[in-house]
Design a protein around this ligand. Sequence first.
Ligand SMILES: Nc1nc2c(ncn2[C@@H]2O[C@H](COP(=O)(O)OP(=O)(O)OP(=O)(O)O)[C@@H](O)[C@H]2O)c(=O)[nH]1
Ligand SMILES: [Mg+2]
Length: 257
Amino acid sequence: MSYAYLFKYIIIGDTGVGKSCLLLQFTDKRFQPVHDLTIGVEFGARMITIDNKPIKLQIWDTVHTLPLSLPSYASCDALSRLVAGQESFRSITRSYYRGAAGALLVYDITRRETFNHLASWLEDARQHANANMTIMLVGNKCDLSHRRAVSYEEGEQFAKEHGLIFMEASAKTAQNVEEAFVKTAGAIYKKIQDGVFDVSMSLMESKSDMQSLVNPEVLVPRLLKVVVAAANFLICSMASVCVSHVRCCIFMLPSGK
Ligand SMILES: Nc1nc2c(ncn2[C@@H]2O[C@H](COP(=O)(O)OP(=O)(O)OP(=O)(O)O)[C@@H](O)[C@H]2O)c(=O)[nH]1
Ligand SMILES: [Mg+2]
């Protein structure tokens, strides 16, 4: 199906806040009640219409468990282990930000710590993403407002302070899910019309990132480079061990008298 624009979105936020569920609700209109920890990257896509133009949203459900810029809470034992487990994905994660036109920054209104970590997530986004990326702050799980730990006003205030759009939503009841994705697209579309966001550049970056992640023609040469570098390192290390061994033997040779 043809489209006028393709917007890359990323969904970021602490583990368990409902990122995958928001994506599933938006693309498949269903809810996943069991927490299925996202490992690696999952993609979703859906067409929407803005200003009578078909727009394709390509959504990357990221692997993040914690922000890349580790805050002090990472010193907690259990969390440190979690970080270590996900460390191998961190460099890949950085490339997720590149080319993103929009981001859903999600916290769980029933878990205060997920709200407290928002500043670190924003720091990551500001560091790795396009400065004009549109960020929608989503206070998820608003169906559980009887267990609320973060007030609506606090979310609204945080968004105001950091120039974000804000909504509370529920991936379970689908409340505001459609709106969160569509409103973000509307803001991106407006930036394009105003000439402050170049979606073609963003797409080129996004495409090359996708290629490097999934295309064997790009991936295999890169892997080969890594293997060659590792082999080089091994050979150099072995050579230096041999040299020091020979030196040692020469040093220990009888003087010849
Ligand atoms: N009540 C309620 N539960 C939700 C909602 N959204 C997600 N959940 C539940 O929260 C848990 C975590 O949801 P996920 O979507 O897997 O969370 P995630 O952010 O993708 O987590 P990671 O992949 O580990 O980063 C699951 O048990 C979901 O069923 C919601 O809006 N309301
Ligand atoms: Mg997930």
